[in-house]
Design a protein around this ligand. Sequence first.
Ligand SMILES: Nc1nc2c(c(=O)[nH]1)N[C@H]1C(S)=C(S)[C@@H](COP(=O)(O)O)O[C@H]1N2
Ligand SMILES: [Mo]
Length: 412
Amino acid sequence: MNERGYDERRLQDFLAGRARGFTRRDLLLLTTAAGAAAAIPGPAAAAPGTTPAAAAGPIVKPLPPELFRTLGTNAETRWSALKDQGYYVPVDRFFVRNHTSTPIIDGASWSLEVSGSGLRGGPARYDLGRLRRFPAVTVPAAVECAGNGRGYFTTQQGQAVSGTAWTLGAVGVARWRGVRLSTVLRHAGLSRHAVDVQPIGLDANFVSGGVDLGPVRRPFPLAKALDDVILAYEMNGSELPADHGHPVRVIVPGWIGIASIKWVGRIEVSAEPLFSPWNTQFYRLFGPGHPAEGQPFDRQVVKSAFELEAGATFAAGTRTTLSGRSWSAAGPIRRVDVSTDGGTTWRRARFHGATPGGVWQRWELDWTPAAGAHELLARATDVHGNTQPDVTAHNTLGYLFDAVVRVPVSAA
Ligand SMILES: Nc1nc2c(c(=O)[nH]1)N[C@H]1C(S)=C(S)[C@@H](COP(=O)(O)O)O[C@H]1N2
Ligand SMILES: [Mo]
């Protein structure tokens, strides 16, 4: 799957008006609407017949402050809460990113509509029982927000960005069980003209600047849909929890979190290129060095995090074990270098633990701190040689922060 080629083609389609769902004209209308409700032709509708249920508050599960930092309708995992945890992030500490609120959906009355111009025939409908009767797969995969690390554009690089000021806790790896999207699409009757696939969420429409942008949705190419995308109904061996998409969510391995639509109610299969606000207005790189209409992107980058909080204190002169995790969407991590002196000297961290699917790598390093202030850094390199820079090129929406993060700690 060559995302770069796809993104380039779709950018040209968008500029040329070869688009359905959300055109360049809609975007221009929106950006000139300045708060007034713009007339946008038909935001994609959720599946008729499935009632978007009442929301119970932005997030349903408990958010104890030792496990989460709450940011509006979202909650990021505290990295200290991952120390001594296994490879998979338990649900009780898995981050939540909600555009609005977690809807409570009854799995027994839920069904998924698959429809659109990319099918040979009319709409197909699948309830949970039907999805469970297709062959199941279990896939270790990360969900990571494209804005993970956004806060460091400001705190580390002194740059202004808009959006949720995540530190590094908008990522989690889980074991997802479900049915391959390819199985369902082929069952529904794919036409040879199908090009794009767009899952649509059943949560409340997202309203931004007074404009109703419709349900949360973002397209991906048919090639990705047929490659490794799944419709997940289990997370870490249990029924999918409400906050993570109950009863069914999409999991798009390697791609930014917004691709993995939760509470999916409809999947549009299209014979024409599809667009939504989530691949035009949002989730593009804007700013110096980027095209005026923004650079589309889909895939995540390379990052590392220590399993501790900034400002952590250690006993001076006593050996401790620093631990952390590194991950790359392009492939497994090959090496991680750690500095405990602000980047002057580096030591190679030792890897530990199993790495199913090579989604992320746990690592450790022994350290005997002298009394005083210290700065910890970790830099990962994946098997393809992709590594973390010292500085991430600025983009105004603060996506894809991959620079090495400087973590202040002290010993006394
Ligand atoms: N329907 C729907 N799907 C959604 C979202 C949402 O708000 N609504 N948020 C997206 C974003 S931006 C991210 S990063 C991931 C977060 O998944 P999680 O909350 O299970 O961690 O879900 C994605 N899928
Ligand atoms: Mo996200």
